[in-house]
Every structure is written in structure tokens, then in C-alpha cells.
Design a protein. Structure first.
Length: 64
């Protein structure tokens, strides 16, 4: 995946770096790289999803 930055010559480098960081965050590239650092079995992934859903439901009904 490529990130293309359009900037004008003579533009402040801090502003260009800020644009780069924002594009990186929006592209979810870092999240994708971290996701592929470790293999998670399909059954474990399903279990994690179930645990997260149960936790969200617990929060929803415990606050009321």
C-alpha cells in the first residue's frame, strides 16, 4: 500500500509530517501490520469475538 502526500515546495516540514501521521492513522496500515504479526486460529478469533460481545453487553446493562 502506498501513501502519497501532496505538498508544495517550501511548505513547513512539521505540517507535512502531521499530514503523514494523519494519513497513516486513517489508512489503518499500522493496525493491519500488528494484526499479521501473530497468527490467531479461527476458533480463538471466534472466542475473542464472543468474549468482547459479552463484555459489551455486560457494560450496557450494568450502567442502566
Amino acid at each position: 500500500m502506498k501513501l502519497i502526500l501532496k505538498y508544495q515546495e517550501g511548505e513547513d516540514i512539521e505540517k507535512v509530517l502531521k499530514m503523514y501521521r494523519q494519513k497513516m492513522e486513517r489508512s489503518n496500515l499500522i493496525k493491519e501490520v500488528k494484526k499479521h504479526q501473530e497468527y490467531i486460529k479461527h476458533s480463538q478469533n471466534q472466542r475473542n469475538t464472543f468474549i468482547k460481545a459479552r463484555y459489551k453487553q455486560f457494560l450496557k446493562y450494568s450502567i442502566d
